[in-house]
Ligand binder design. Structure first.
Ligand SMILES: NC(=O)C1=CN([C@@H]2O[C@H](COP(=O)(O)OP(=O)(O)OC[C@H]3O[C@@H](n4cnc5c(N)ncnc54)[C@H](OP(=O)(O)O)[C@@H]3O)[C@@H](O)[C@H]2O)[C@@H](O)CC1
Ligand SMILES: Nc1ncnc2c1ncn2[C@@H]1O[C@H](COP(=O)(O)OP(=O)(O)O)[C@@H](O)[C@H]1O
Length: 282
């Protein structure tokens, strides 16, 4: 029997926020490794790292070429640009799949060898299934259509948009990973049959870089729940729904501060701590 899609709520999201304790340090709280951005899209690297910090990760290790490291550090001096151990990876935002250098491809593939949870976005989506690490993919409709077509499940962006839940489910089953399909209603599901929708509370969310912010939030949540994910990979699905909920609520809050007006991706990231604070108070 197929279960209905369940709308993710504030109470659901509140169950998936990890607050630090007296026993914690930055490492136990979770370190997120990030391989994102490119000379075409340096901003995606900045936005993802910014959002991860705002979502309460212990530390971010950003891996990328010098100009990207400089851009990230200009916004977030807290970021560490030295390779080392991480508890989760965020890969691909702002990367063009067709223009990956061998060094970049090496960095992306190396991330997979560690068997820690991986968030795959944009230019790293094609790596799905190449390793067994717990994985969540975060495509929009066009990216999902392209990915499925490349895996001998031909479809089009129009077909995905007409039945986003159906295609998200098919992708989860075919690829064997959790899927977060972005849209005005975001569909999150996994091969085990967990199925959640997250309805955007404001359409101002649809702004350039908003998805890069989502990737940072989700990466941070995966890193801060690394212990739980080690024994329960399906937690990644709940964390993905939570990240989408936090992103939407942050956009709503940011918009409220300007009388319901427009927000930028950076505004969304900046509003994330207040959303997390409110969830912890519930
Ligand atoms: N600040 C940053 O660093 C940002 C970085 N970003 C990063 O960018 C990367 C690419 O992500 P994406 O989703 O934009 O690209 P993609 O899936 O290839 O789709 C392209 C499609 O869009 C269409 N299209 C283009 N212009 C259009 C127009 N004016 N009006 C209408 N349609 C238009 C175009 O159609 P065409 O022009 O070919 O007809 C094509 O179908 C990704 O890595 C992401 O992380 C973003 O987050 C933004 C902020
Ligand atoms: N009409 C809409 N209303 C509200 N949110 C939307 C709408 N369309 C898209 N979104 C959200 O906006 C974000 C766009 O992300 P994405 O497509 O990756 O763009 P970008 O690559 O510019 O970051 C996603 O989180 C998606 O769920």
């Amino acid at each position: 029997m197929t279960t209905a899609w369940q709308e993710w709520t504030a109470d659901d999201a509140a169950n998936w926020i990890a607050a630090p304790t007296a026993d914690d340090d930055k490492y136990t709280r979770g370190v997120l490794g990030v391989v994102t951005g490119s000379s075409d899209y340096p901003g995606a690297a900045v936005l993802g790292v910014e959002a991860a910090h705002r979502a309460g990760v212990g530390m971010v290790r950003y891996i990328g070429r010098r100009t990207l490291r400089q851009a990230v550090l200009a916004r977030r001096p807290e970021a560490v640009t030295v390779a080392g151990r991480v508890q989760a990876w965020l890969l691909g935002s702002g990367i063009d799949q067709g223009r990956r250098s061998s060094v970049l491809l090496g960095d992306l593939e190396h991330a997979f060898t560690e068997r820690v949870p991986v968030v795959l976005d944009a230019g790293a989506l094609d790596l799905v299934g190449t390793r067994t690490a717990p994985t969540v993919i975060t495509p929009h409709a066009r990216e999902l259509a392209k990915l499925l077509t490349s895996r001998e499940l031909p479809t089009s962006v129009d077909e995905v948009r007409a039945d986003p839940g159906g295609w998200a489910e098919r992708a989860a089953k075919e690829l064997g990973v959790a899927v977060l399909l972005k849209g005005a209603v975001t569909h999150v599901c996994d091969p085990d049959g967990d199925r959640y929708t997250v309805t955007a509370p404001t359409h101002w969310l649809a702004t350039a870089g908003s998805g890069d912010v989502l990737g940072g939030i989700l990466g941070a949540l995966a890193a801060t729940h690394h212990r739980e994910l080690a024994t329960n990979a399906t937690a990644l699905t709940a964390l993905a729904a939570t990240a989408s909920w936090v992103q939407g609520e942050a956009a709503l809050r940011a918009s409220a501060t300007v009388g319901g007006g427009p927000v930028t991706a950076l505004d969304i990231a900046t509003a994330v701590p207040a959303v997390i604070g409110a969830l912890l108070e519930r």
